[in-house]
Design a binder for this molecule. Structure first.
Ligand code: SF4
Ligand code: SF4
Ligand SMILES: [Zn+2]
Length: 466
């Protein structure tokens, strides 16, 4: 008997779950279905039909091996209690409902839910202006510099941050964002205050790096802040290649980026590179990793597949037909381009929020050698959270898996050795096409809104009504 006929194959088409998604034209909430389809490789596809605008679909994973159902172990009866396979399931897409359980206490709006959930990162927009005009800006930030900078008053920022600390106890990672946050006239007053705050563990500055490259006095003051520790740059970086630079930023900024990195090295400021990945630069994610690895003050690289919010045409139905990348695309490209240095086993979903929201991996810099982390640790042994979080109960999400899971402790240990552990992260933010309300309901990456309340990053930048 051949192996094909002896092995019980998964069906070529399988409904994984139901959720609430969005119509990409009117952006209203509509029921959605997540299907696993085909073989070699199987793909994961989100489908919906808007009563007004008809059907639409988006590929959530071009290889189903990198999609995490995250609803418990089906064999143990924890997946869906049959709900996701029933022709008529219950209303889905809010906390717990797609697992067949409705939590009466699950709050209705994204903002109210975020107040209840664990906040792993709190982002605050400190200016609404920028010195670049990236065609893909998710913040839709208008151009402005000098007196034209629309800066949020320092007292307002501090009041909102303190409000979150009062409600949440502390902020583990505060991300200063914009617009371009380094344009804020009181940038260092705010940064110094955050660094000195006993209930803010770490401050991340989300920047295009232009000011650091061009303003020596600004770089000098940033060097003083870097000496106090607890601060890192989250630096926009689109890869070392020419392809895609102008499409992403409206200009080729590679020389400027190298100058920024050279300044950061000189002033002792650690950096995480943030690469927006499109079809244009996907073939260069391996080059980007090599570029980061070669610089000791670069501690990691975060890949963000381009999503359609902000200046990108969110309401254009045709936009969804443009090449759209997902986590699987990036992992496959990174491993294929690594010349054997990276393996799939070097990556794991994060144990916080929904596991489809972040995949993390490491390479180890050991002297002159770069080694695969899976030579030393077995992430698969620590992925019980993918099975154990049967129903994603609200009380499970109040405290993040980064704190409670053994994998979270291992990852923290790696993060404490930035000279050795080079972090690779894939962060697929959502837009209307890929919207899965389950992920919003488990979100741990929050924006501190102008009214002081927290909101999911994906929800805030989508522009959807609360
Ligand atoms: S993406 Fe960043 S650098 Fe580009 S315009 Fe928007 S805020 Fe400015
Ligand atoms: S911001 Fe979006 S991608 Fe990030 S944790 Fe929240 S829902 Fe997931
Ligand atoms: Zn519609």
């Amino acid at each position: 008997m051949t192996s094909e006929s002896a092995i019980a194959l998964r069906p070529a088409r399988e409904l994984l779950k139901r959720t609430t998604t969005r119509c990409p034209v009117c952006r209203e909430p509509v029921p959605g279905e997540v299907w696993r389809e085909g073989r070699h490789p199987a793909r994961v596809i989100l489908r919906r039909t808007c009563p007004t605008h008809g059907p639409a679909e988006a590929v959530l994973a071009s290889d189903a091996r990198f999609y995490w159902l995250a609803q418990g172990d089906r064999a143990s009866g924890g997946c869906c209690g049959g709900a996701c396979h029933a022709a008529e399931g219950p209303a889905t897409g809010t906390l717990g409902r797609n697992a067949g359980v409705v939590f009466a206490e699950a709050p209705a709006t994204s903002s109210v839910r975020c107040e209840t959930l664990s906040t792993c990162l709190a982002l605050i927009e400190i200016v609404h202006s920028c010195n670049l005009a990236c065609p893909t800006c998710y913040a839709d930030s208008p151009i402005g510099a000098g007196a034209k900078v629309d800066a949020v008053p320092l007292s307002d920022l501090q009041r909102r941050i303190e409000g979150v600390i009062e409600r949440k106890g502390r902020i583990e990672i505060l991300q200063l964002s914009g617009g371009e946050p380094t344009l804020h006239p009181q940038f260092f007053e705010l940064l110094n205050w955050a660094q000195a705050h006993e209930k803010i563990d770490f401050t991340l500055v989300n920047t295009n790096g232009v000011r650091l490259a061009q303003d020596p006095e600004f770089a000098r003051q940033f060097g003083e802040a870097a000496a106090r520790k607890g601060v890192q740059l989250y630096l926009q970086y689109d890869g070392p290649q020419a392809a895609g630079q102008r499409e992403l930023r409206g200009a080729d900024l590679r020389v400027l980026r190298e100058r920024t990195l050279e300044v950061c090295g000189r002033i002792g400021l650690p950096v995480t590179l943030a690469m927006t990945v499109t079809a244009d630069n996907l073939a260069h994610v391996g080059d980007a990793i090599a570029f980061g690895l070669a610089q000791p003050h670069v501690h990691g690289l975060t890949f963000q597949p381009r999503f359609l919010s902000g200046r990108t045409p969110t309401r254009d139905a045709d936009a969804g037909n443009a090449p759209r990348l997902n986590t699987a695309d990036i992992l496959l490209a990174a491993v294929a381009q690594s010349e054997g240095r990276l393996r799939f086993e070097d990556f794991t979903p994060l144990p916080c929020g929904d596991p489809n929201c972040a995949t993390i991996g490491y390479l180890l810099r050991l002297g002159e050698q770069v080694r695969s982390v899976s030579e030393f640790v077995d992430f698969a042994q620590l992925q019980g959270f993918l099975h154990d979080k049967i129903n994603y109960r609200l009380e499970d999400l109040v405290q993040c898996g980064c704190e409670t899971e053994p994998l979270g402790h291992l990852l923290k240990g790696l993060e404490l050795q930035p000279g050795i552990a080079f972090r690779l992260m894939v962060k697929p933010f959502m837009d209307a096409w890929t919207w899965d309300q389950d992920r919003i309901d488990r979100c741990c990456t929050h924006v501190i809104r102008p009214d002081g309340r927290l909101d999911s990053f994906c929800h805030y930048y989508s522009g959807f009504a609360p």
